[in-house]
Design a binder for this molecule. Structure first.
Ligand code: SAH
Length: 374
């Protein structure tokens, strides 16, 4: 008889309480177990000493704490680390840790591959396979925390999480929202909401939905200040143009005082780095509380694009700063281990379903959103 055990990493706090209620246990047992899992990074129920003997014995029969397992662990000369985490059927995703003097950022993936096909992104070239489960998303944080010796509330090695790895997080909405709830929950990793950032290529209706359920920081991959150019670089722009996208960003920002939206802009030589485009971008940014993150393009095999020259990057930034727009250049990290922005590839075992599956998902999402709005 196969005994399918429930992975407790798939539950947020309420889900875990329901699960324990289903076992005939009091809700506070769920809280105890959460502390073991996320504060002490314990996956062995036998070690959860305050649970009582009978529960300690019952849990392994029905449940597991099963994060994805590392297939590869690479360390960059600059301290960046990248793990390749193995999933089902030969699939794998990448997670990257970026240490800085005052913080440690974990870059987490949300899908196996990505269906958005942004022209300059390595993940885009490999196609889309499937969404990650909640356990596979929070499991990335769990795995990294364990490897790094993170201690919640004491010695935090991970101070920030950015959903900027592989995939489009807003197209895996429920699992991403649940995983982000665990990142922010006091019984989870306990990060402040503003230290959890979701980055999107611009799935407009889902930005509004995100605003309704989570007050995390929002980053938007813009990369071009006009629709003609943006549609070339980010095909999703055909569906939701810059005007609609910025309106959604304004609504998102308006929900919380003093919040700022980060706009990512990957600088590619001769493509989107002309000063006149910086001026256009500045005008757009004046419409809302924004800051711009300039990312020098990171090359990958087979790409037609090149990184902008240092002088062009500085000049682009200067135009923004002179126009009163906050703009910083994101220093490239982990390039020697292919862990920089846009270089994550993971492993996708089945690429054939890519387009059909992706289109189906997008259509389903749009229908769902319309139903939700009605
Ligand atoms: N799909 C989401 C999450 C991925 S974030 C989104 O698009 O926001 C990954 C970030 O790295 C995005 O801002 C993306 O545009 C940027 N990026 C992708 N390829 C890149 C490359 N080759 N060089 C530099 N940045 C890149």
């Amino acid at each position: 008889m196969t005994n399918v055990r429930t992975n407790l990493l798939d539950f947020d706090r309420n889900g875990l309480r329901d699960f324990f209620a289903g076992l005939g246990e009091k809700p506070y047992r769920a809280d105890q177990v959460m502390k073991w899992i996320y504060h002490r990074l314990e996956s062995d129920f036998g070690a959860m000493t305050d649970l009582g003997k009978s529960l300690r014995e019952k849990l392994p029969e029905v449940a597991v704490v099963a994060p994805p397992k590392a297939l590869l662990d690479k360390a960059s000369s600059d301290g960046t680390r990248k793990w390749l985490l193995g999933l089902d059927a030969g699939n794998a995703v990448e997670t990257v840790y970026i240490p800085e003097p005052t913080r440690g950022t974990l870059c987490v993936s949300s899908q196996i591959g990505c269906g958005l096909n942004c022209r300059f992104c390595s993940t885009g070239t490999q196609g889309f396979n499937r969404n990650l489960a909640t356990s596979e998303i929070i499991g990335q944080v769990w795995h990294a925390a364990k490897q790094l010796g993170n201690v919640t509330h004491q010695q935090r090695r991970i101070t920030n999480v950015v959903m900027m790895g592989m995939g489009e997080p807003l197209l895996n909405f429920d699992n991403v929202v649940r995983a982000m709830a665990l990142m922010r929950d006091d019984l989870g990793f306990g990060l402040a909401s503003k230290r959890v950032t979701l980055s999107t290529a611009g799935v407009v209706p889902m930005i509004d939905r995100l605003g309704e359920v989570a007050d995390v920081s929002l980053a938007v991959s813009l990369h071009a200040p006009n629709d003609e150019l943006r549609t070339q670089l980010v095909p999703l722009n055909k569906r939701w143009g810059i005007g609609e996208l910025l309106d959604a960003c304004s609504r998102y920002a308006a929900r919380k005082p003093r919040s700022t939206i980060t706009f990512e802009y990957t600088l590619m030589k001769g493509v989107n780095d002309a000063p006149v485009l910086a001026k256009q971008l500045a005008r757009l940014m004046h419409r809302l509380p924004a800051k711009v993150n300039l990312i020098p393009f990171n090359p990958f095999p087979g790409t037609q694009y090149q990184r902008s020259d240092e002088a062009a990057i500085r000049a682009f930034q200067a135009v923004l700063l002179n126009a009163g727009v906050q703009a910083m250049v994101r220093r490239t990290r982990g390039e020697d281990i292919d862990a920089a922005c846009g270089q994550l590839k993971g492993k996708v075992s089945d690429r054939t379903r890519r387009h059909a599956e992706f289109q189906r998902r997008l259509a389903a999402q749009a229908t769902e959103v319309q139903a939700h709005a009605a």
